[in-house]
Design a protein. Structure first.
Length: 318
């Protein structure tokens, strides 16, 4: 399969085309064991250029204040208003499902419980709860509530999963990568055991992009770039919202960066393109890391070639 017919350049070559950058955290800025220093340097470069940065993350295991502190520790100063997490979408979901003031089982950590409180829910551990929220962190304490949540799901109570990520990047090296199962994978097991269908709140859910749209009022759609590491979540969600997307291979689809030097002849890259074609989900840009000095591959021609012309994407108005 020929995958070599696309433009190449540097990541920073495209910065002038966009004013607002919705940037994923895990897999783009860091993995479980360490930050990606080149990605943080790129954030600082965008700030120097006067670009608008929004951290756009599928997480309900960390509050915005924690995310802000993590960025500050790596030399990037932002405000909490520049952070959008899928945990924040619970507030919108609780209003939609008339759960404000209702008891809620929380399968997660204290950050999840705080998100539920901010959404207007009452954190509860009994069988009379009106809903279940499936979190990022399954602790020993959480397992004690799992049986109750299981029965509530079978009774038809709504079960929300703010973070549907199936995998979490653990370590990314030049010669290898590893990942562990994420909340989405555990949620699939829960669904199989209960017969319930979880309500997804994080990317690629439109609710996550509506949350972003409210913070980005006045922005032009064609001046927003979504940066992520997952075809199933970041890129699919951006495609559905009608937003340009940039995929890094530093997370869920990690391959050796040096194989990108000759991506047209890379069997790994070819398999990745086949996966994109199968899903009908394509980023416009592809890079090993979110590194302003690193190589960039413009895939617009490939996307037009593989995506069926009749495919239409939903758009979230900003």
């Amino acid at each position: 399969m020929n995958v070599g017919n696309f433009k190449t350049g540097q990541v920073r070559d495209i910065f002038s085309r966009y004013q607002t950058f919705l940037i994923d955290n895990w897999g783009v800025l860091r993995c479980a064991t360490r930050p990606f220093h080149q990605a943080y340097a790129t954030l600082r470069e965008l700030q120097i250029m006067g670009k608008r940065i929004m951290i756009f993350s599928n997480t309900c295991g960390k509050l915005p204040a924690e995310v802000k502190a993590e960025l500050k520790a790596n030399g990037v100063e932002i405000t909490e208003d520049q952070i959008i997490t899928s945990g924040m979408v619970l507030k919108r979901a609780f209003k939609l499902y008339d759960l404000v003031g209702k008891k809620t089982i929380c399968l997660g950590n204290e950050a999840l419980r705080e998100y539920v409180r901010q959404a207007g829910g009452i954190v509860h551990r009994g069988r009379d709860a009106a809903a279940v929220v499936f979190g990022d962190v399954i602790s020993e304490e959480t397992f004690r509530d799992y049986e109750v949540a299981h029965k509530l799901a079978q009774l038809g109570r709504p079960v929300f999963i703010p973070n549907p990520d199936r995998w979490v990047p653990v370590e990314i090296e030049d010669t290898s990568s590893s990942r562990s199962s994420g909340p989405g994978y555990q949620g699939e097991i829960f669904e199989a055991a209960t017969g319930a269908k979880m309500i997804v709140l994080g990317k690629p859910s439109p609710l996550m992009y509506i949350e972003a749209a409210e913070k980005l009022r006045g922005c032009k759609l064609n001046e927003v770039l979504v940066v992520g590491d997952s075809l199933d979540h970041d890129i699919l969600g951006a495609n559905n919202a009608g937003l340009a997307s940039f995929m890094t291979l530093s997370g869920n689809h990690a391959i050796m960066p040096r194989s990108l030097e000759d991506i047209g002849n890379s069997q790994v890259a070819a398999a990745l393109f086949e996966l994109m074609a199968k899903q009908g989900t394509f980023p416009i840009y592809l890079a090993a890391f979110f590194d302003h000095k690193g190589p960039l591959f413009d895939m617009e021609g490939l996307r037009e070639h593989f995506c069926p012309k009749e495919t239409s994407h939903r758009r979230i108005n900003i």
